[in-house]
Design a protein around this ligand. Structure first.
Ligand code: MN
Length: 490
């Protein structure tokens, strides 16, 4: 019985892939599925399901995002090295180094833990990007986390809170910055449910009540706009309605003193047309027959949102006197807002532009966004190198330390504590003995070996210490020693 439904879920995955990539070689996907099934054999999720349902759900989300078979294979195998007897080497042998690297990236991301401390949040976000040098890793991690959220009910309360906080503080903002509205909305909705159950139910009720109310008028308004466009001989692809995402409605309501009547975009109308000039034409026609509200016309085409979102927005009175938001955009803009990977790491938090080499990456990313559906290969070549100048490494407890590139275990030791630096005699990098002049890499876990009886650092450390913190501390204590020795000799 169970096996039958596993097979069914897998067949659905294959069907989805075939829909957007008819030529895809699904043989390897099948092999990956069988590999994962064998590796996870006998394992159960906390929900009681066979473990294989989790990688399958992860892969299905990736397929729904129309991503490449390589990523889907990595999605199927993502928990194998961590939770089974099979290793990364086994994966590499059967599926090649590209898949193995993706799986390795996901395993590394799994070691990040949100500890609820404000100061770690930004570091974690940065690390996410820096460690996941390959954008694809983040996308797979989103899919993984989405399914974890959907089965969160089976976990103890403290874990629910930790995972949901992590999603709201780290994953959702990243999805937002990548312009992935659909993913962001889904992640937020699931996390919101566990973090603020009372507020969640309140919003859910509002959406149900108001939604029913608006739904009646929705079709009428859609038809009205269609008639309008036909009369003016403007070609359109589609006119449809959309309901606001749950968590963003919550945030808006808080901003507006919980007054639902001030939220005009609970249900919005969306007009999809073929090109940008037509967008403006539609806006003109709509305003001719539907009076716009003052100060509610927003041109995100001329001035895109920081995450790259483009569209025209206007809020108008319908013939019945109802207030409704109309969003006008091209098909491309519409798809981008759903799947988008538009990023804007070149904006700082205040919204000003830092023109530097990051721009090149942004341009590549934007270009990719346009080509993604035709050319999956481009995504595979894309590397995120936004934080080129910093690395993020772990303490054995999983805390994050932010250091300049090419820092060594000595920099790490002094960063943790002066005495750790002074008493340092060796280092373990990812559990392997390493020399003290080794350049650290993002994602490395560092453990400093100390000799309690040691008092002074080694003069030679100055040759490879990278941070001024470490250098200054070494110099200070060495000069003290020199003074002390001179004093003894006298
Ligand atoms: Mn997983």
């Amino acid at each position: 019985m169970e096996n039958q439904s596993i097979e069914k879920v897998f067949q659905k995955l294959l069907k989805t892939i075939k829909e957007y990539q008819p030529q895809a070689d699904t043989e390897l996907v099948k092999l990956a599925f069988e590999f994962a099934q064998k590796a996870h054999a006998g394992q159960k999720r906390m929900s009681g399901e066979d473990y294989i349902f989790h990688p399958l759900a992860t892969a299905q989300t990736l397929a729904d995002l129309r991503l490449s078979p390589t990523m889907i294979i990595a999605g199927l195998l993502h928990d194998v090295p961590e939770d089974t007897k099979m290793t990364l080497k086994d994966i590499e042998k059967d599926f090649g180094s590209e898949v193995a690297e993706l799986v390795n990236g996901i395993t590394k991301l799994g070691t990040i833990k949100y500890r609820g401390m404000e100061r770690y949040i930004e570091n974690l976000r940065k690390m996410f990007i820096s460690m996941a040098e390959d954008l694809r890793v983040i996308l797979i991690k989103f899919a993984d986390r989405l399914h974890n959220l959907k089965t969160l009910y089976a976990l103890p309360r403290n874990k629910q809170i930790r995972i949901a906080s992590e999603v709201l503080e780290i994953y959702a903002p990243i999805a937002n910055r990548l312009g992935m509205y659909e993913m962001k909305g889904q992640l937020e909705e699931e996390a919101f449910k566990y973090l603020y159950p009372k507020e969640y139910n309140w919003i859910k009720q509002i959406i149900e009540e108001q939604g029913k109310l608006k739904e009646k008028n929705l079709q009428k308004n859609i038809d009205f706009i269609k008639q309008l466009l036909k009369k003016e001989k403007i070609d359109f692809i589609e006119v449809k309605g959309r309901v606001k995402q749950l968590y963003s409605l919550y945030q808006k309501l808080i901003k507006y003193d919980k007054d639902i009547n001030r939220v005009y975009d609970l249900v919005a109308l969306r007009v999809i047309v073929k090109d940008i000039p037509t967008c403006y034409e539609v806006m003109g026609v709509v305003h001719k027959e539907m009076k716009p509200l003052k100060g509610r016309i927003k041109d995100f085409i001329a001035q895109p949102k920081p995450n790259g979102y483009t569209s025209l927005h206007t809020t108008v009175f319908t013939p019945e006197g109802e207030i409704v938001e109309v969003q006008i955009r091209t098909q491309e803009m519409d798809e981008e807002s759903e799947y988008g990977i538009a990023a804007h790491w070149y904006y700082d938090e205040k919204g000003s532009i830092k023109p530097d080499k990051k721009m090149k990456w942004i341009k590549e990313l934007t270009k990719w966004q346009k080509e993604v559906f035709e050319n999956q290969k481009l995504l595979e070549r894309l590397k995120i190198d936004v934080f080129q100048d910093r690395i993020f490494v772990f303490t054995p407890k999983g805390d994050v330390i932010d250091l300049p590139k090419e820092s060594t275990p000595i920099d790490f030791a002094y960063h943790v504590h002066t005495e750790i630096g002074n008493k340092c005699v060796g280092a373990l990098i990812n559990n392997h003995i390493a020399s003290l002049d080794t350049s650290l890499k993002s994602g490395d876990m560092i453990e400093i070996l100390i000799d309690k009886n040691r008092k002074y650092p080694n003069q030679d450390w100055l040759k490879f210490a990278k941070t001024s913190v470490a250098k200054n501390k070494i110099r200070t204590i060495l000069s003290k020693r020199t003074l002390f020795e001179k004093f003894l000799k006298k």
